[in-house]
Design a protein around this ligand. Structure first.
Ligand SMILES: Cc1cc2nc3c(=O)[nH]c(=O)nc-3n(C[C@H](O)[C@H](O)[C@H](O)COP(=O)(O)OP(=O)(O)OC[C@H]3O[C@@H](n4cnc5c(N)ncnc54)[C@H](O)[C@@H]3O)c2cc1C
Length: 497
């Protein structure tokens, strides 16, 4: 065998790139299990997910007849060197990696790459879309409609199914009072392979051990997809944005970890949603809302990442330099119920839904002026689905407004009132969302006004923010709010708020 296909840990699918053309008996497969990735920096469930999925994928390829080199090594580059040493003269090919750093590594190592089909929109296609905009804003909604038409999703002829492109207005309900309509997610049983992986990881790392929520084989991932389409999608949408203490998942599909390591491909996920809509099993508002997440948001952040790399992670338009809140790594270090609940969930499962990520964690970071690089590093390390390509646009572009408004025309910031409306935390919290000064003032509310005051010049002329900024003129207690904000910022850093 003169050719080796090198498969990276987030490309675990027979249909992706170089592996799609590989043949048992003709091509060898290399997977490098880098010990550098077991250093305890990342959430234990993330490390377990990738290592267990790689080992199981290697076993599947072997059963399909491939000669597989599953090689432990201190780094990816060392693993490649050792493989080349063991197979003199071998030609190594790979699929284009999903991170800028990995692409550079492969280039330096002289590994030939094949175009990736792991996403529906290749970065070169995204660039063609950008060129076609001729300097106009790169809006997600425009990209999404372009994808719908070009890929043919949810169309009746040339028209959008259901007569509209966007059913978002039906998908923003506050939490229902007492009912709990959200189905329990699928969970797998762990076995000896999982225990071996946990032994290899050792005691280091943030977060609890896995309990089976995150699939590590394609078969398990397909079972999650079936469950998502049959049980979750019929009610996907109305409660997309709510946070309730009685359900950690509400009606989200939990597919991101499987999608991000290749166990599922976005096309098959969107196809399954379209089919369920056509069969009358899923209403159009839910199908459209979900398809928008998969072929819209996910692909848009993927294209945005490559459009802005390298250097995207260094943006800091709001000149934010505060340290990470102490509670981000220890929920005991806050009395804010929404924050404590989010961090406990993160420790427990390595996953939070998008409103917790956006309006609890990123919102607080933006309001408190936490350094974007520190937030990106912490979130990438703490989430089971955390990858640079998806974290950078979601944080630098969206959550933290660190790109100065290139991706989102206004920062996603809010005071405590939004959290009061969309969560059930505030009733049992020691802080009052309606107050901006005093020991019991909600930190979000205090920091919101302080943020507007700090950035009055920047946002006063922003059409979508001007009204909120003008609200500052009606605050007779603004000096007291700003003094309280200093106490809050210090308390967040010390873990005493
Ligand atoms: C600040 C912030 C950080 C985020 N970090 C990550 C991350 O590290 N990894 C990650 O996969 N997602 C990230 N997201 C996007 C989103 O929160 C998660 O994809 C989603 O919560 C995953 O849960 P789910 O599979 O149940 O999603 P569902 O609500 O069921 O949505 C279906 C799918 O749509 C895709 N999707 C939806 N929104 C986005 C988005 N904004 N960006 C990318 N994909 C999207 C995901 O693949 C998801 O699986 C982030 C969002 C924010 C606001």
């Amino acid at each position: 065998m003169s050719r080796t296909v090198w498969v990276l840990g987030d490309q675990l699918n027979r249909r992706i790139g170089a592996l799609a053309d590989a043949e048992p008996g003709e091509d060898r497969v290399l997977l490098v299990e880098s010990r550098a990735k077991l250093d305890g920096r990342r959430h234990r469930q993330r490390t377990h997910l990738v290592v267990a999925a790689m080992r199981r994928f290697a076993a599947e390829l072997e059963s399909a007849g491939f000669d597989v080199d599953l090689r432990p090594a201190s780094t990816l580059a060392d693993g490649l060197r050792a493989h080349r040493g063991a197979h003199r003269g071998v030609e190594v090919v790979a699929t284009e990696p999903n991170s800028f750093a990995a692409r550079q590594l492969l280039e330096r190592a002289g590994v030939e790459t094949v175009a990736s089909n792991q996403f529906l929109c290749h970065p070169s296609e995204f660039e063609a879309w950008v060129d076609g905009r001729r300097g106009r804003r790169l809006r997600m909604e425009d990209f999404y409609r372009w994808q719908r038409v070009r890929l043919g999703y949810l169309l009746d002829g040339a028209e959008p199914a259901g007569g509209r492109w966007n059913f978002d207005d039906q998908n923003r309900e506050p939490p229902p009072k007492q009912v709990n309509p959200w189905p329990t997610p699928v969970c797998s049983t762990l076995d000896d392979l999982d225990r071996d992986v946990l032994d290899a990881i050792g005691p280091a790392g943030f977060g609890a051990d896995p309990t089976g929520w995150w699939p590590t084989t394609r078969r398990q991932a397909l079972a999650r997809l079936r469950h998502a389409v049959d049980v979750v999608l019929p009610i996907f949408g109305p409660h997309e944005d709510v946070i309730v203490e009685r359900s950690w998942h509400v009606a989200h599909t939990l597919l991101s970890p499987a999608l991000n390591i290749g166990l599922l491909l976005p096309g098959e996920v969107a196809d399954a949603a379209e089919e369920a809509y056509r069969d009358g099993r899923v209403p159009i508002a839910s199908a459209e809302g979900f398809v928008r997440q998969v072929i819209g948001w996910r692909e848009y952040v993927w294209g945005t990442y490559w459009h802005h790399m390298p250097g995207y992670g260094d943006r800091n338009a709001l000149r934010a330099h505060a340290p990470l809140p102490a509670a981000f790594t220890d929920p005991a270090k806050t009395e804010m119920r929404c924050l404590g609940h989010a961090i406990e969930g993160l420790r427990e499962r390595g996953w939070l839904h998008h409103i917790q990520r956006l309006m609890v964690l990123a919102n607080l970071s933006t309001l408190a002026g936490v350094e974007p690089r520190a937030v990106v590093r912490w979130m990438t390390d703490s989430f089971v689905d955390g990858d640079e390509w998806v974290m950078l646009p979601n944080l630098i572009g969206m959550g933290l407004h660190a790109d100065g408004g290139q991706m989102a025309t206004k920062p996603y910031v809010s005071g405590g009132r939004y959290l009061h409306r969309m969560t059930d935390h505030c009733g049992g919290c020691r802080y009052d969302p309606t107050k901006r000064v005093g020991d019991d003032a909600c930190p979000y509310t205090t920091l919101y006004w302080d943020f507007l005051a700090r950035h009055r010049d920047r946002f006063g002329s922003n059409a979508r923010m001007a009204q909120a900024v003008r609200g500052l003129d009606r605050l007779s207690d603004l000096p007291a709010v700003r003094r309280r904000a200093e106490v809050v910022r210090q308390g967040l850093a010390d873990g005493t708020i």
